[in-house]
Design a binder for this molecule. Structure first.
Ligand SMILES: NC(=O)C1=CN([C@@H]2O[C@H](COP(=O)(O)OP(=O)(O)OC[C@H]3O[C@@H](n4cnc5c(N)ncnc54)[C@H](OP(=O)(O)O)[C@@H]3O)[C@@H](O)[C@H]2O)C=CC1
Length: 327
């Protein structure tokens, strides 16, 4: 089968189209013929092996997972002997997590990481949901504990996670403020945001003490600026963006180390998010999608052999929502 493989960390040119063996499902796995895959910020960080500390998990000298890509949608071709809830022919979607393998014609995935594809979405739209949608769901519902009537600010509202987070925050009953650049103001408003801050003209950090939850998906602001806009008992959810940006690394590191020790003196809840793929979250996303409450936005679509171009576009950090690969 054809797949996008990577044998050393580096720029998009290290991603190449190659002929590899079609995987064979283990007893608890399903073999999926991939129809579409989606890119995430994770893919370009993993491609470059950035930050270096993450190589402890991803492979020290070269990527442990040779075939790249996490999010996929497709049709089940075969199932392992112990698989019970999925059958050949089922349309499914999922996130492979650190195992990767989605930028390929076929992928083997544990049954626990796939769910039935939302019936009303195309494979491209379904592939755009898993990692970004789970991040939005866990960030707002679990980490942020968003309740009806809460005021929620989303920094990075026009990105892959942000466009889904705006919609999910509305589902949770929040009043939503989205932060994005001028060209995306109309998009973010159309997704349901009650207020939109154009960061090229205005600074959301001036809006002191107003928000119950701040969900930061950019990592370009200091902890002080992010906390300033929270109510005294508000929650700050950090997606991890700051960890990848030299300039704002200091904040999260301070938080994780001394911040914990100082917790009794810090009124705000501050949570660094670690997304965990799984069927339960996928089922929740499907339910919202099928009810018309959650629609993925696709910026661009590329064929499989153009994954390097797609990653280069995404790592410019101004993609409008999702970049998708049609296999
Ligand atoms: N912790 C976890 O498990 C996970 C963490 N993440 C992290 O979440 C972050 C967001 O991911 P994702 O949405 O996929 O990324 P995207 O690349 O899709 O989004 C980037 C967005 O950031 C916006 N942006 C860029 N500069 C600014 C700025 N100065 N102010 C406000 N917004 C800005 C852009 O909007 P515009 O073009 O309008 O400027 C763009 O839409 C990433 O850092 C990613 O690593 C993601 C998934 C899981």
């Amino acid at each position: 089968m054809k797949a996008i493989v990577q044998d050393r960390y580096g720029p998009p040119e290290t991603l190449t189209l190659a002929e590899v063996d079609t995987p064979v499902p283990a007893a608890d796995e399903v073999l999926v013929r991939v129809a579409a895959a989606a890119l995430n910020a994770y893919d370009w960080h993993a491609m470059r092996g950035d930050p270096r500390l993450a190589r402890l998990a991803m492979g020290r000298s070269k990527p442990r997972a040779r075939v790249r890509g996490r999010d996929f949608a497709g049709r089940v071709e075969a199932v392992g002997a112990h698989v019970r809830q999925v059958r050949p022919g089922d349309a499914v979607f999922g996130d492979l997590g650190e195992a990767n393998g989605a930028f390929a014609e076929y992928v083997c995935v544990p049954e626990s990481l796939v769910a039935a594809k939302p019936a009303n979405l195309t494979p491209q739209q379904a592939a755009a949901l898993p990692l970004a949608g789970i991040t939005a769901l866990m960030g707002l519902r679990d980490a942020g504990q968003v309740q009806p009537g809460h005021r929620v600010l989303i920094n990075g509202a026009s990105g892959g996670v942000g466009t889904l987070a705006v919609q999910l925050a509305k589902v949770l009953g929040a009043t939503v403020t989205g932060v994005c650049s001028t060209r995306n103001v109309d998009l973010v408003r159309s997704l349901g945001a009650d207020h939109v801050v154009d960061y090229t003209r205005d600074d959301f950090a001036r809006d002191a003490g107003r928000h119950d939850v701040v969900f930061d998906l950019v990592g370009n602001r200091s902890l002080t600026a992010l906390r300033r806009v929270l109510t005294p008992t508000g929650t700050l959810v950090l997606s991890g963006g700051g960890v990848y940006r030299g300039g704002s690394l200091v904040g999260p590191v301070w938080l994780i180390t001394r911040g914990r020790l100082l917790a009794p003196f810090v009124r705000h809840r501050i949570v660094t998010l670690a997304t965990a793929p799984g069927r339960q979250h996928l089922d929740t996303l499907r339910a919202h999608a099928e009810a018309g409450r959650l629609t993925p936005v696709i910026d661009r679509t590329y064929p499989l052999h153009e994954v390097p171009r797609a990653v280069r576009y995404l790592e410019g950090e101004h993609a409008r929502a999702k970049v998708v690969i049609t296999v």
